[in-house]
Ligand binder design. Sequence first.
Ligand code: FES
Length: 105
Amino acid sequence: MTFVKACALSELEDDTPKRVELAGTPVSVVRTEGEVFAINDICSHANVSLSEGEVEDCMIECWLHGSSFDLRTGKPSGLPATRPVPVYPVKIEGDDVLVSVTQES
Ligand code: FES
């Protein structure tokens, strides 16, 4: 599993997703509830950027049709999305947020 730097921890605001591209994969990095999560930035329902949605209760909401995805598992909470979105392991080293997109979990 290869971790690469996604961004600096200090540039993440709580509940404000940050879109980055890692090895060609769009990723939304989210700091919430004292933790940092990385989830694929594309909704599993249609080609919509999840980082433009709102974060609440460890879920990120797709702004287009309202499905929310669990930042820990990628599972949708309800329709219209039925498939999970990939989530990725995160490591914090100093002020660096490191994400591995090579092995989806
Ligand atoms: S595009 Fe995300 S729920 Fe429809």
